[in-house]
Design a protein around this ligand. Structure first.
Ligand SMILES: NC(=O)C1=CN([C@@H]2O[C@H](COP(=O)(O)OP(=O)(O)OC[C@H]3O[C@@H](n4cnc5c(N)ncnc54)[C@H](OP(=O)(O)O)[C@@H]3O)[C@@H](O)[C@H]2O)C=CC1
Ligand SMILES: O=C(O)C1=NCCCC1
Length: 290
């Protein structure tokens, strides 16, 4: 199913997020997708997700509504029927980590013993869950801006995880690094990164925000979920001038190689199709069980 989701990333048109700036809150209408079932246009659905996040507050406001509404986008013969409202926060956490896990599967070094997670919020947790479920690491490290948040993150887990006091301490020697922070300036510097490591860069989803420095962005082979999204939404790509090597879907369909032996960055931004496909899976499971 993860593979199917990733394959779809490349096959479907990508609708860029629409961002509405409403002071003091910034509303991001982050995704919108239409699912059709072949020529008959059965099971059509319109999916919207709204993210509401404040940049003036350290809190990322998770007021997220996902609607999965049955509508005919072409002629609207009758008013659309609301199929379901889903918890966008839960879906966003899982689908983002699932896509990063596909990137790790393709690009992480063959011998990957140390996982490092920068950040201790929702995305950090979902990435921890998926990465430690799918891959075996000898050591897992976490760093967070506030050390007590990192400690709280670790206290919630069954398995041992090392809390690090600095990004440098956390990333030195790491084979796989997840950056899932609200940073707007680089926190991860190329000079600290082990050659051949894989970085799943999840935060810094605005054109003027950074998590990774120029050295890392220019030296690594850069993969993205969507070229169009990356060149419009990612400060790490736009401001560093780094070249995008390939989309994840282009690697999965064989158009571009996975350069596993090199240092690789997967710059994740999130796509509507990821939400649409995930919401569809959830709805189908719900319908089959209840
Ligand atoms: N690529 C994608 O598809 C998606 C990306 N995102 C992005 O991922 C990032 C994390 O999201 P999420 O986990 O939901 O957010 P949370 O609010 O749950 O967690 C935010 C984390 O970022 C840290 N943080 C905040 N500001 C800074 C800063 N200036 N420098 C360093 N660390 C900082 C916080 O650390 P502490 O608590 O210690 O202060 C906390 O660990 C965000 O940038 C978000 O926009 C989110 C959803 C999808
Ligand atoms: O895809 C998403 O959902 C998001 N992407 C970037 C940051 C906010 C949410």
């Amino acid at each position: 199913r993860l593979k199917a989701v990733a394959f779809l990333l490349h096959r479907q048109p990508h609708l860029l997020k629409t961002q509405l700036y409403v002071t003091p809150l910034e509303l991001v209408l982050s995704s919108c997708g239409v699912i059709e079932n072949g020529e008959q246009r059965q099971n059509k659905a319109l999916i919207t997700k709204m993210n509401n996040l404040s940049i003036s507050s350290p809190d990322y406001l998770h007021i997220v509504n996902d609607t999965f509404a049955n509508s005919d986008c072409y002629c609207l013969p009758q008013p659309p029927k609301l199929l379901t409202i889903m918890d966008g926060e839960a879906i966003t956490a899982k689908r983002t980590a699932a896509v990063s896990a596909i990137s790790a599967k393709l690009f992480k070094p063959a011998l990957s013993e140390v996982l490092c997670i920068l950040g201790s919020g929702q995305q950090a947790r979902s990435h921890y869950d998926v990465f430690t479920k799918l891959f075996k690491f000898k050591e897992v490290r976490v760093w967070s801006r506030n050390k007590e948040m990192a400690q709280r993150f670790v206290n919630d887990l069954q398995d041992p995880v090392t809390v690090c006091s600095s990004v440098k301490e956390a990333v030195i020697g790491a084979d796989v690094i997840v950056t899932a922070t609200g940073a707007s300036q680089p926190i991860l510097f190329g000079e600290w990164v082990k050659p051949g490591a894989h970085i799943a860069a999840v935060g810094a989803c605005r054109p003027d925000w950074r998590e990774l420095d120029d050295v890392l962005m220019r030296e690594a082979v850069v993969y993205v979920d969507s070229r169009e999204g990356a060149t419009a939404e990612s400060g790490d790509i736009i401001l560093s001038g780094a070249e995008v090597f390939a989309e994840l879907g282009e690697v999965i369909n064989g158009s571009f190689p996975a350069q596993r032996e090199k240092t690789t960055v997967f710059k994740s931004l999130g796509m509507g199709i990821q939400d649409a496909v995930s919401a569809k899976l959830v709805l189908e499971k719900w319908n089959s069980e209840y």
